[in-house]
Design a protein around this ligand. Structure first.
Ligand SMILES: Nc1ncnc2c1ncn2[C@@H]1O[C@H](COP(=O)(O)OP(=O)(O)OP(=O)(O)O)[C@@H](O)[C@H]1O
Ligand SMILES: [Mg+2]
Length: 341
């Protein structure tokens, strides 16, 4: 079985071709960062319009990369939510139209299931069951993953997501959008210990997160100071450490509470180098193993949508002729797959 997948939930347009036997045959991502940068964040209407321009050329390009024609495609998967509704509809209507024209089934994929299953593309995929730490621009969740589609939420953020905390504090430091990777780069030049920000909710039991207080802490720290490059680097260092130590401690707590010894980390923030090294150290101490997607598949892409789509289409699931697009979509409402892919 060979499928085409399309991602358009936010500000990345992406397409991929995945073959059940031969693996990933082609994938491309077009990032709209430049388009939104002047506004300091994603402008939904501009995002939708740009997806309309970019998606079809991306589909042509990945089919060519894969050395495949439409007649070899057995299904089309697309991101059906959660995300920006206009942006989702562009991908959904293109995917549904192609599936109709080619006479193959189509399936709306949950974006977060895509993030969760992205590490399955790696040569050494994680075993099930495992604990997943999903840390992206919109979500921070600890999830017990029994099998594909069987997700039990252990804890999540009460306010800002980890990626959002990176982005918003980066903005306070005057860094360009999206601030996460920029703040991480700046943090490398900071001196540890100059600033010390809270590790929210670490002193309480449970697996919930809260990152919104970090913005206020940074505003207070900067008040009345001359904001030199050194100060910005020192603040960046302390912000990154606060987020990373909080995520690491809660991820370990989740392993302990579930009795599992495999941790999967995915979503944009899983690209963070300090997070990876802290988790590696902690896992070594505890005798656990940590799995990640490769760096390019941490942030939004269509390869991860293809993995989730292929698993579900191969199990016989597909949608009807209507277009599925949901701004909100609880992960726990997904149908578990009985057959392992
Ligand atoms: N190296 C890094 N360090 C810290 N944060 C990073 C790094 N690289 C990316 N990020 C953050 O990851 C986020 C983007 O990740 P992703 O594309 O998975 O999120 P999203 O798709 O916008 O959100 P969601 O998947 O929840 O809808 C941004 O907040 C970005 O700042
Ligand atoms: Mg995402």
């Amino acid at each position: 079985m060979r499928i085409l997948a399309i991602e358009s939930s936010c500000d990345e347009s992406a397409a991929a071709v995945l073959d059940a036997d031969r693996g990933l045959l082609g994938h491309e991502v077009f990032s709209q960062i430049e388009l939104h940068r002047v506004f300091g964040g994603v402008v939904p209407e501009l995002a939708s319009r740009d997806h309309v321009r970019k998606l079809l050329p991306l589909v042509r390009s990945v089919l060519e990369q894969a050395g495949t024609t439409s007649s070899d495609i057995n299904g089309v998967a697309y991101t059906a939510g959660p995300g920006l509704i206009g942006a989702l509809l562009t991908g959904a209507s293109l995917a549904r139209s192609l599936a109709y024209a080619w006479g193959v089934p189509s399936l709306g994929v949950h974006h977060l299931e895509g993030h969760l299953l992205a590490p399955l593309l790696e040569p050494e995929p994680p075993p099930f069951p495992h604990v997943a730490l999903l840390v992206s621009g919109g979500h921070t969740m600890l999830i017990e993953v029994s099998t594909i589609g069987c997700y039990r939420l252990l804890g999540e953020t009460r306010d800002d997501a980890a990626g959002e905390a990176f982005d918003k504090t980066a903005k306070l430091l005057g860094l360009p959008y999206p601030g996460g990777p920029e703040l991480a780069r700046l943090a490398d030049r900071g001196t540890p210990g100059v600033f010390n920000f809270p590790r929210p909710m670490l002193d309480r039991p449970g697996l919930e997160f809260s990152f919104s207080g970090l913005k206020t802490a940074v505003v207070h720290a900067l008040r009345g100071r001359e904001i030199t490059d050194t100060v910005r680097a020192d603040v960046a260092e302390a912000v990154q450490l606060s987020i990373v130590e909080t995520l690491t401690a809660k991820a370990l707590r989740a392993l302990e509470e579930t009795g599992l010894d495999t941790l999967v980390v995915s979503g944009g923030v899983s690209a963070n180098r300090l997070l990876r090294s802290r988790l590696a150290e902690a896992a070594r101490r505890e005798g656990a193993r940590v799995y990640y997607p490769r760096i390019e598949f941490c942030t939004d892409n269509a390869a991860m949508i293809a993995v989730a789509g292929l698993a579900r289409l191969a199990a016989g699931q597909h949608d009807g002729l209507d277009i599925q697009a949901r701004a909100r979509w609880p992960l726990e409402s997904l149908q578990p797959l009985t057959a392992q892919v």
